[in-house]
Design a protein around this ligand. Sequence first.
Ligand SMILES: Nc1nc2c(ncn2[C@@H]2O[C@H](COP(=O)(O)O[C@H]3[C@@H](O)[C@H](n4cnc5c(=O)[nH]c(N)nc54)O[C@@H]3COP(=O)(O)O)[C@@H](O)[C@H]2O)c(=O)[nH]1
Length: 704
Amino acid sequence: MHIWRFDTSSPTLGPLLEGSHDPLLVTLSIAIACFAGVTALMLADRMVASDSARNRAWWNIGGAVAMGCGIWAMHFTAMLAFSVEGHEHMEYSLGPTLVSMVPGIVGSGAALYCMSRPKLTTSQLLLGALLLAVGIGSMHYIGMEAMHMEGLRYDFPIFVLSIVVAFLLALAALYLHFRVRKLPAVSEKTLTLLAGVFMGLAVAGMHYTAREASLFYATTAAGPVEHGMPIANGTMTAIIVCFAALILGLSILVAWMDRQKAVQRMLEQVANTDALTGLPNRPHFLQRLSVALRHSRRSHTRLAVLFMDLNDFKIVNDSLGHATGDRLLQEFAGRLRSCIRAQDTVARFGGDEFVVLVRDLNMSEDVLKAVERLLKAMEAPVEFEDWKLHLRASIGISIFPDDSEQADELIQQADAAMYRAKTEQLDYCFFDKDLTDHSLLRVRLGNDLRDALKQNQLFLQYQPLVDLHTGEWIGLEALARWQHPLEGNIPPGVFAPLAERTGLVVQLGEWVLRQVCTQGRLWLEAGLDVGFIAVNIAAPQLSRTGFVAQLRQILKETGFPARYLELEITESSLMNTDQESIDRLHEIRDMGVSLAIDDFGTGYSSLSYLKNLPIDKLKIDQSFVEGALTDHRDQAVIRAIFDMGTSLGFDVVTEGIETEEQEQAVLSLGCRMGQGFFFARPLDVETVASALGKAARPTEPSTQ
Ligand SMILES: Nc1nc2c(ncn2[C@@H]2O[C@H](COP(=O)(O)O[C@H]3[C@@H](O)[C@H](n4cnc5c(=O)[nH]c(N)nc54)O[C@@H]3COP(=O)(O)O)[C@@H](O)[C@H]2O)c(=O)[nH]1
């Protein structure tokens, strides 16, 4: 800008000319500025989030180009909107037009760079706003020099005001974007949008204030003035469109990257979070534990792993239903979360197992503060509509580096300590090397079970159910067995609860069903009459939405006819099944599979409930058989179950018959079907096949 442009007393100046604006193009110019502002700030966000200097530099350049081109395009669109009487078709010189782009880009780039520090000081903010204002102002006044308008002069006070307007609006934009972005009430996107609009207004505000500072005089100078290569309006329009397209392209790129980032964040969230409680899950906890271990090694501090589960959760879940169980777990999770420190982590490992990581301990005893907070958080009962439940948890504690330096060992040790706390009815228990082998073995087995399924360590045995009058086999019950490579034979009474606890029961259940159906089909093809084969189904299997589809698929794949399959579900897990599980039972029955209630007499079934369940068979729990000879109360129970069951149309089987006397006793109480060691222990596949091969021959009572 020539300094004489402030001099309005030149003798070559004629009368002041009138100027006018096209409102549509004015609006467009403001829109371009705002759009560029939003795009530049979006790019600036990427710059701040970048993890390498190289990427930061690229995003800085992108932001500078978007903003610089936006300032430029805004300016020249506004100039297209403006006309001076007698100069309706304004021309521009190429040189200053191109040069005018530079200060906008440099000023914006420098301002965004100033703002990219992790901690923003007031002086950085002021410097950023100043650089941006200088960039916008320089662009404007250099751009004005490109105009073929000899009689252009400026009103000095308004000229200064235009720079002040640019500075203040730039300050507001940058403050909004970089300072108040952490306000919880406003979303980050809304703020970026608002701040971007302010950036645009800084550019437009500066331009239109500067326009007010511009005075256009007719000139009386003799002869034409040399301007260099001119650009016509049409060319200028084309250049503006190109720049607007460039900004649009940059903003689309950022929006696309944001979307990718959001999808990635969502996937990470799903992979790392327990769906029911929203807490980190096991893999996420392991990641945090390994980071915390590294930190503890460096800082020579201790950390603690607290393993806990809810006492009697299974009973509550089975007897009061899954909805209540879920509510209890959510409440427990919420309380744990509320009483841990910011640097600690609470995670859900599955079922009712929760683990807390307590960091930065000087002494192992320091963890007791956290334990006390946890226990206190459990004190208030969980309130349901018209009743209350008390949460009680047992906590096992292991300490790094005192107990172990390995993440998995620390977890196992805390788990074993929790088991001891539970069995000794303590609130908490520290791991110590004297913990019984039994506690540690139990934890180890839980972990080994996962491999057992993959490595074929599990197999099935079959125990016959017999007609008490004829001794003939009427069916078989499949029972899972685990041959552990080191520990030998692990009974299902031990590993089935572990499978439930670790969530493996669903996988185990699927494996058993597939094995049974495959084997059943082979026996049928061999012409052996199996009667039916019963499979034990655990409550978590039945409560899965996909269970019926899975069962249908297995029957289809193995070709085992549904009518030969029976599912046994324990009375306790059936008692409070939700409507969805009951619907599932109906679907299963409609497929032709029969259903039996196992361990009948140990739960609290109501008769109306039984009447509505699609059940074929009751299996009287073996605990009643022991007293069938001598205890008149057991005799009364067996007789009552038998009478009620048969009058409701069910078959009734008595389990656990071990002697001939017991067989006679249950026969005399009316029972016609039984199962027990007296007839046969669970048998392997070959023994069953050879026994079935001898066909219709009544089974000799077992002497095993
Ligand atoms: N979810 C699944 N649970 C399973 C599966 N396989 C077994 N189990 C459950 O484990 C519990 C213990 O089973 P197990 O050690 O196999 O004992 C069974 C029989 O051997 C035993 N039985 C049979 N007759 C007698 C007898 O005369 N005396 C005596 N003391 N025990 C006897 O009873 C068990 C079968 O009981 P039930 O299932 O109630 O019919 C047990 O709860 C199994 O259900 C599996 O694949 N999935």
